[in-house]
Design a protein around this ligand. Structure first.
Ligand SMILES: Cc1cc2nc3c(=O)[nH]c(=O)nc-3n(C[C@H](O)[C@H](O)[C@H](O)COP(=O)(O)OP(=O)(O)OC[C@H]3O[C@@H](n4cnc5c(N)ncnc54)[C@H](O)[C@@H]3O)c2cc1C
Length: 306
């Protein structure tokens, strides 16, 4: 898994980020995973997603902002997205990252900023998902989420857990008591073995354990994966336990396994596509390459072709 770690390492290099964002051929290739640079471009993609029977979640790409002003710009962008969803009538909610709202500068600022977005979403009857980032911010992300849940309802704001983290099953049990809506995913960052399972087999087993706990809770959760084994395990469990298709949703990333996205929607499952857009695509794009190093050869081949 050297390639995976190397790509995730590169995703964090600021110098490369600036270079890549300006390098035209590289930028062109991002269209495989990124829905464009503006809200309007993302809206067009979401219209197509809706037409194919799926819903969406907007993600304005940016993380680890440099200052309060940048965090403020992010809040305003999300308020514009929420207004745009209402204006256009597309079926979408939003996903935010707390580092985008200033978490690494000041956790109070991140809470205040997230609160503004959740408040606006709640007023509009929409929903905000707080993405989970690297393990150095897991606890503070959960703490801020719990505060948001005290201030807002179950259907206003939800959280993400990652099955590669050893702590996740316990976190899921605690969060269900709030109660909380959870997206379970495998996890996309480089984590040390003290906090995360190094073996894929353990990550997958934990995914299934947590998925079963969530689906059995009677709360509406998101099962985020492109892995046919995780999807089959979810469908099997739901059928065995007589859990209705409408009681949960599958979630996938824009541009990945479109065949499977369409198939699940056609089979009557709720399917939500996470739609990232914006100029700061570099770390997100590199994590997608890391998940499937074969994507790297596709990218290199196209860059060399010019
Ligand atoms: C809706 C959604 C939201 C997410 N939110 C978060 C989050 O908040 N925090 C976080 O840490 N992670 C998040 N992730 C990413 C997640 O943690 C995984 O890194 C990612 O989903 C890959 O894991 P997988 O379950 O698809 O399984 P894997 O075992 O990685 O992949 C299974 C199969 O899926 C396909 N596949 C997977 N990734 C790719 C790719 N990049 N390109 C092409 N094919 C691919 C391949 O066919 C692969 O064999 C999210 C994922 C989704 C779908």
């Amino acid at each position: 898994m050297v390639t995976r770690s190397a790509l995730i390492y590169l995703s964090r290099q600021e110098g490369l980020k600036d270079f890549a964002t300006r390098f035209r051929p590289f930028k062109k290739l991002t269209t495989r995973f990124v829905a464009g640079e503006t809200i309007d471009e993302a809206v067009e993609m979401i219209r197509q997603i809706n037409a194919e029977g799926a819903t969406a979640s907007f993600d304005h790409l940016n993380e680890s902002v440099a200052g309060e002003n940048e965090a403020e710009q992010e809040v305003r962008e999300y308020l514009r997205i929420l207004a745009k969803i209402d204006e256009t009538g597309i079926r979408s909610n939003v996903s935010i990252k707390l580092t985008q709202f200033g978490l690494e500068l000041n956790s109070e600022l991140a809470h205040k900023n997230a609160r503004r977005v959740v408040e606006d979403a709640a007023r509009r009857g929409n929903f905000v998902r707080v993405d989970m980032e690297a393990s150095n911010v897991t606890q503070v992300t959960l703490d801020i989420f719990k505060r948001l849940r005290e201030e807002f309802d179950l259907n206003d704001v939800g959280i993400v857990l990652q099955s590669y983290l050893r702590r996740t099953y316990d976190d899921a049990q605690q969060l269900l008591k709030l109660p909380a809506r959870i997206r379970i995913c495998k996890g996309a960052y480089n984590e040390p073995p003290e906090v995360a399972f190094p073996d894929k087999k353990d990550v997958d087993n934990n995914y299934i354990r947590v998925m079963q706990l969530l689906l059995g809770s009677g709360i509406y959760h998101g099962v985020a994966t492109h892995d046919p084994k995780m999807i089959a395990a979810t469908i099997d469990f739901a059928q065995r336990e007589a859990i209705r298709k409408e009681a949960f949703e599958f979630q996938m990333l824009f541009g990945i396994r479109r065949d499977l996205q369409r198939q699940l929607a056609r089979d009557g499952y709720n399917m939500r596509i996470y739609v990232p857009y914006g100029k700061h695509w570099y770390p997100y794009f590199m994590r997608r390459l890391a998940e499937r190093p074969a994507n790297l050869w596709f990218v290199l081949k196209n860059v060399l072709k010019g």
